[in-house]
Write a protein that binds this ligand. Sequence first.
Ligand code: FES
Length: 511
Amino acid sequence: MKHIPPLPTYPESLWIQALEVLPSFSKLQHNIEADVVVVGGGISGITTAYMLTQAGFKVVLLEAGKLLHGTTGHTTAKLTAQHHLIYDELIKQDGKEKAALYYKANQDARKLMESLIEKHAIDCGLQAQDAYVFTNSDEYVQKLQNEISAYETLGITGAYLDQIPLDVPAKAAVRMNGQAQFHPLQYMTALVKVIGESGCQLYEQSTAVDIQEGPHPKVVTADGYSVTCKHVVICSHFPFYDGLGLFFARMHAERSYVLGIKTDMTYPGGMYISAEEPSRSIRSAASSDGTPLLIIGGQNHKTGQGICTINHYEALQGYASQYFNATDIKYRWSAQDLVTGDKLPYIGRITASSPNIYIATGFKKWGMTSSTAAATLISDLIQEKSNEYEELFAPSRSLSLKVVKNLVVDNLDVAKHLIGGKLEMVRRNPEDLAPDEGAAVTVHGKRAGAYRDKEGKLYIVDTTCTHMGCEVEWNDGERTWDCPCHGSRFSITGEVMEGPAEKPLKPVSIE
Ligand code: FES
């Protein structure tokens, strides 16, 4: 029988683990002033800070936790304008001109990143790779044919193929030529160094909780300190400040899973993603000691919904063993992505009435190039330069009837979970939990969430999400509490790990 290597006990991203030195910064502990406050220390925030410091602005960057430990540290790091099957859909949804602009925005972003890597001599494993969407489903063969027609219409260099270099079942594929892959945190830590040397002030463990709007907006942190500025850029993944933009009703959150495996097979090159579900994403990488690895990802689903999350890792484990002869699974990690109604990110002024507050969010799974496009667009807006992508990505853009219908379905799904969670019968008690087990339990006749750690200590929280009151669910793959409504996530002690929730889950006592 074939040996299937075990999954690592705890999630750990290859990118974060493989960095010898992660930069660290102190908390904001006094009131300060700046030209621009950037909130969020991932690729969008740091790249925006880079653009603006290079343009001579005094920039302060606030990160709620540790720099680069959010979605940027958990990506598959493909630098590509091939965002699954999007171009045929975009032509039908928004027309040829906007579809062409979307492609150009992401190609420009990739080229800009490559030029920054060259300019600052960043050693981040940048490699040119072709990108493939493949299918083994008859239903999707037609969709791939439509996609290659869209490539031809838009002048995208690529090809339609009836086989791919990988030895996985595939009836057809669409290739986009000349894309790239890299190590995202080696790239980002180099940019952090550059912005620090250019005068950007960076603060970690400094959670922005509010903006007092006005010509000189004030960003207020959870500790009560503030930064007064002229412009605020919100790059906190889910925007920490809504500004009446109602983003929680205009995006949904998805989770997906990744393994970093060793294999004795020879990899033919290329970056791959399956067209159909369950999704499969494949690329090569290397561990910190240079050992070749493959990154196998997929199994996306709405946050807080579906099967036990560890089952998603197990599905990838089976796939990695069956098709890539995995000899060891070195890493497992997961990521959260935000998906907008029309699948285009929201980049620009948060609303027409708040012209000096900007957001960058809703990148789906394609945040490497989209975030860099966002940084360029927002830094142009702040410098009052025209940018050809302003209208395409404007958060206040109008949506087609079809997109509005999709958002209505999403919001009905939220209502279903809101009501369903309240009616659910929970029969387990905290005493029933084994070490390292979490579950919804009943405490004093009410639903609560309990986790027992390996030493036997119990952590019990109120499972009512502090955003809008849905019931959070246990995520056994990551040991977190996840909300099925808008994707907020909480630690075992109830601390907020992902918004839109701002407040922690309440602790519950069994006394
Ligand atoms: Fe909105 Fe939980 S994230 S109710």
